[in-house]
Design a protein around this ligand. Structure first.
Ligand code: NI
Length: 253
C-alpha cells in the first residue's frame, strides 16, 4: 500500500473529479493520502475531505505564498482544528524566496508563529522551503522539540545531514524522475531509508511520463519506483518502508 504524504486535493484543478479520484485511490494501491492546507479556507477544505474519507488525512496551516493574507484569527482557528483526530500536522508552512509572493519579513513572522503553534499543540510540521534554505534552517533549529518533514526537498546534502541528525524526514516528489535531478538523487543515495517519504504534491510536479499533465495521488508509485531504483531495493520494499515512515511520522495506525 502506497502513502501519498502531500497532495492538494482541495485545489480547484480537482473540481471536476476530486471525489471520483479520491474514491478510486485504493484500487490504484494508494491506501493513504495527506492533504496539507495552504491558507485558512484550504485548511478547512482539507479537514472536510479527511472527515469524509477514511483514507484521507489533513494538515492545517498557511503557505508562505499566503503569509501576507494570514491573520491572528486564522492562527486561533488552526489551533482549534489541531485537536481534530484527522489533523496530523501543521503545514504547509515555511519560506519561498523564489516567488516572493509575500514580503520576506511577513513570511518569517507567520512561519515562526506556526512553529510555535506546532510546539503548543504537539504536532509535527510540513515545511515548504524554496530558495530560502539558510533562513529556513535557522528558524527550524530554534525549535529543537519539533519534528518535521521538508516536503519536495531541494536543499543541499550538507543540510540534509543536519536535518536527519535532528530526527527530521525528507520527502520527495516526481521531480526526482526529471533528467536534471542529479542532486536530489545523490541525497536519496545517502539518506537512511527510514527517513524518506514520498509524495506527489499534486496537482503539480507530475512524474515522468506524466510530466506536464495534471498530477494526482495515483502517480505516487512512479516516485516509489525511482526511490527503489536509486536505493537498489525492490519496489515492494520501497513501498513498504516509505508507507511505514509516513504512518510513523504522522502518527497514523
Ligand atoms: Ni504543496
Amino acid at each position: 500500500m502506497l502513502f501519498d504524504t502531500h497532495t492538494h486535493f482541495d485545489d480547484r484543478q480537482f473540481n471536476p473529479d476530486r471525489h471520483e479520484i479520491i474514491r478510486s485511490l485504493p484500487e490504484y494501491g494508494v491506501g493513504l493520502a495527506l492533504c496539507p492546507g495552504c491558507d485558512i479556507k484550504s485548511s478547512r477544505n482539507c479537514v472536510a475531505l479527511a472527515e469524509e474519507y477514511d483514507h484521507i488525512y489533513a494538515a492545517v496551516g498557511t503557505h508562505p505564498h499566503d503569509a501576507k493574507s494570514m491573520t491572528d484569527e486564522d492562527l486561533r482557528e488552526y489551533e482549534a482544528l489541531a485537536s481534530h483526530p484527522k489533523v496530523k500536522a501543521i503545514g504547509e508552512i515555511g519560506l519561498d524566496y523564489h516567488y516572493d509572493f509575500s514580503p520576506r519579513d511577513v513570511q518569517k513572522f507567520r512561519f515562526v508563529q506556526q512553529m510555535k503553534l506546532a510546539k503548543k499543540v504537539g504536532l509535527p510540521v510540513i515545511i515548504h522551503d524554496r530558495e530560502a534554505h539558510g533562513d529556513c534552517l535557522e528558524i527550524v533549529k530554534k525549535f529543537p522539540d519539533i519534528k518535521g518533514v521538508y516536503h519536495c526537498y531541494s536543499g543541499s546534502l550538507e543540510d540534509a545531514k543536519v536535518l536527519v541528525g535532528m530526527g527530521w524526514y525528507l520527502s520527495f516528489t516526481g521531480v526526482i524522475t526529471y533528467p536534471n535531478a542529479r542532486k536530489a538523487l545523490e541525497i536519496i543515495e545517502w539518506m537512511p531509508m527510514d527517513r524518506i517519504m514520498i509524495e506527489t504534491d499534486s496537482p503539480y510536479l507530475a512524474p515522468v511520463p506524466q510530466r506536464g499533465k495534471r498530477n494526482d495521488s495515483r502517480f505516487v508509485g512512479l516516485v516509489r519506483d525511482k526511490i527503489a531504483q536509486v536505493k537498489g531495493i525492490s519496489v515492494e520494499e520501497a513501498e513498504r518502508i516509505t508507507t511505514e515512515n509516513g504512518k510513523r511520522f504522522f502518527s497514523i495506525d
